[in-house]
Write a protein of this length. Structure first.
Length: 124
């Protein structure tokens, strides 16, 4: 019998998160070689066919105010930065580790965009 991992929680996204996701989308749309696809209540973001992030449409990742991104080859310095940021969590989806970022104020948009940029850079 194989051990099953718990699925990530996908709560309904908050109205505020919908607004934050729209703001982030307006930036991400301008990045080169970026495409999107709908994915189970999210918009999946790809760079040259490699998924690097999901932004909520109707569902949040673990919380109603969070998004998720991948950093498969994070350096030890970057992993330490992830651990220091209290807004960062992690989950597994389809055998891959995803990091979640929870927004609570408009000021968090800057850091969210920075983490998304880091994930974009690693999706080569």
């Amino acid at each position: 019998m194989s051990a099953t991992r718990p699925r990530p929680r996908l709560p309904k996204v908050s109205e505020q998160m919908k607004a934050w996701a729209a703001a982030l989308t307006s930036d991400l749309e301008t990045w080169p070689q970026v495409t999107t696809r709908p994915m189970f209540g999210f918009t999946a973001w790809y760079r040259k066919g490699t998924i690097f992030a999901v932004l909520p449409k109707t569902r949040g990742m673990e919380t109603p105010n969070s998004l998720a991104f991948k950093l498969p080859d994070a350096s030890s310095r970057l992993r330490a930065r992830l651990q220091r940021d209290a807004r960062i969590g992690s989950t597994e989806m389809q055998k891959a580790r995803w990091f979640t970022f929870e927004l609570s104020t408009d000021a968090d948009l800057h850091d969210a965009l920075e983490w998304l940029g880091q994930a974009y850079e690693e999706a080569r």
